[in-house]
Structure formats: structure tokens, C-alpha cells
Design a protein around this ligand. Structure first.
Ligand code: DQA
Length: 150
């Protein structure tokens, strides 16, 4: 059976990881996060592709392309989580399993971060665990995909 292929998307400002508010987001760079995800993917026997953009439309284009090429999506929508109906609609339209992740505990921060318009169309959301949010999110998606096969 062909290996499952998961698209990992990072939203705006996440390219600044490592230098951006390290007391909130930690000191890992985005490359280091992607590297850790790639290592976990290898162990899990799946393929991943990581992509970051600061632009809503570019992310929407990528999500639309995912329908044909990927089995699931792992996303940190960053600030778009809190207001992007365009991203939400695109993710929902794919019909693919979806897990939303955040490095920080968004519920322990400013009130505007307490609501995500993405979570409502996701299988689940993991936040507050730094790199572990991403790694657990990837593992959760693999479990969701395994269930689909029974
Ligand atoms: C974030 C949380 C968002 O509120 C914020 O806008 C980000 C990063 C996180 O990973 O903790 O850019 O998604």
C-alpha cells in the first residue's frame, strides 16, 4: 500500500520562529521544527511536506491543491486561526482529516486568541506544548488515517 502523505502548513510569522518572542514560542527555528517532523514521519512510515506562507491566498491555493495529492493536513494557522474564514472554508472543502496545532497555549493568552475559526472544521486541536504540539498532531493524524482503513 502506498505511504500516506501529510501536508504540514505553517501560517504567517512562523518563519520567524527562534527569534520571535522566544519566551512564548520557544527557541526552535521553523527548519528545526520541520526537521523534527520529518524524523517523526520516517518513524511513522509516512511522507510529509512542509510549507510556510505569510499570505492567506497562497495558503488557500496550497490547501486546494492538497485535495489530489495528500491524505491529511496538519496546520498551524497562526494568527489566521482567529479570523480567516477563507482558510477555514478551504480546509473544510478538502474533506481531508485535519489537525490544528499551536506552539503556545492560546487559552492562557489574550482573549482574541481564545477562539479559532479553524477548530470547528478540524478533527482536533493541540496547543501549548511547543514542538510536541506538532509531533502529537502528526501522530494523531496517522491514527485517524489508520481508522479510515478499517
Ligand atoms: C500561534 C498562536 C497564534 O495566536 C499566533 O498568532 C501565532 C502562533 C502558536 O503557534 O502558538 O502566530 O499559532
Amino acid at each position: 500500500m502506498a505511504k500516506k502523505n501529510i501536508l504540514v502548513l505553517h501560517g504567517p510569522n512562523l518563519n520567524l520562529h527562534g527569534q520571535r518572542e522566544p519566551e512564548i514560542y520557544g527557541s526552535l527555528t521553523l527548519d528545526e521544527i520541520d526537521q523534527a517532523l520529518a524524523e517523526r514521519a520516517l518513524k511513522l512510515g509516512i511522507l510529509i511536506e512542509c510549507f510556510q506562507s505569510n499570505h492567506e491566498g497562497v495558503l488557500v491555493d496550497h490547501i486546494q491543491m492538497a485535495i489530489k495529492s495528500y491524505d491529511a493536513i496538519l496546520i498551524n494557522p497562526a494568527a489566521f486561526s482567529h479570523y480567516s474564514y477563507a482558510l477555514r472554508d478551504a480546509l473544510s472543502a478538502t474533506g481531508l482529516p485535519l489537525v490544528e496545532v499551536h506552539l503556545s497555549n492560546v487559552f492562557a493568552r489574550e482573549p482574541f486568541r481564545h477562539h479559532s475559526v479553524i477548530t470547528e472544521v478540524a478533527n482536533g486541536m493541540i496547543c501549548g506544548l511547543g514542538l510536541q504540539s506538532y509531533l502529537l498532531g502528526l501522530e494523531a493524524l496517522v491514527k485517524v488515517l489508520e481508522k479510515q482503513q478499517v
